[in-house]
Design a protein around this ligand. Structure first.
Ligand code: SF4
Ligand code: SF4
Length: 132
């Protein structure tokens, strides 16, 4: 599937639903997911807001935020959701389509030797796995 992130895209919204196997319309915006998320303070947009933006088809805006990259797939939101929505899977689908559209790609060559020496190896591997 070729992706043009410049347009609001209901087709891509459906693709995200399909890939994550979640029905976005089931979310009634109670906010319990965001209230329990341990990474929410790092995110541009909180998890329930991500779902709302997706409901509205604001795919290009969702692609600009850092939230999927700070999601650690801890499943706290999943366990708290009264509608059994798996936001971790939605975040994973967003990362997938982000990378597919070459947004937020990580180029290891951009890291200086100093950073490479200092950064924990596990963090580097994790970054590589998420963003290449
Ligand atoms: S907890 Fe579930 S229903 Fe409530 S806002 Fe989050 S995703 Fe939506
Ligand atoms: S799975 Fe992601 S979005 Fe959900 S609570 Fe954990 S870090 Fe937050």
């Amino acid at each position: 599937m070729e992706i043009n992130i410049e347009i609001i895209n209901f087709e891509l919204r459906e693709a995200i639903e399909e890939r994550s196997n979640q029905k976005l319309i089931n979310c009634y915006q109670c906010g319990k997911c965001s209230a329990g998320c341990p990474s929410v303070h790092l995110m541009d947009v909180s998890p329930h807001e991500i779902v709302r933006m997706l409901q509205l088809g604001l795919i290009d805006d969702v692609f600009k935020v850092n939230s999927p990259w700070y999601c650690t797939s801890c499943f706290t939101c999943v366990s708290r959701c009264p509608r059994a929505i798996d936001i971790a899977k939605i975040m994973e689908a967003l990362r997938y389509y982000n990378l597919n559209a070459a947004v937020h790609l990580f180029d290891p060559n951009t890291l200086s030797d100093e950073v490479k020496d200092k950064i924990p190896q596990q963090a580097l591997v994790s970054l590589w796995r998420k963003r290449t």
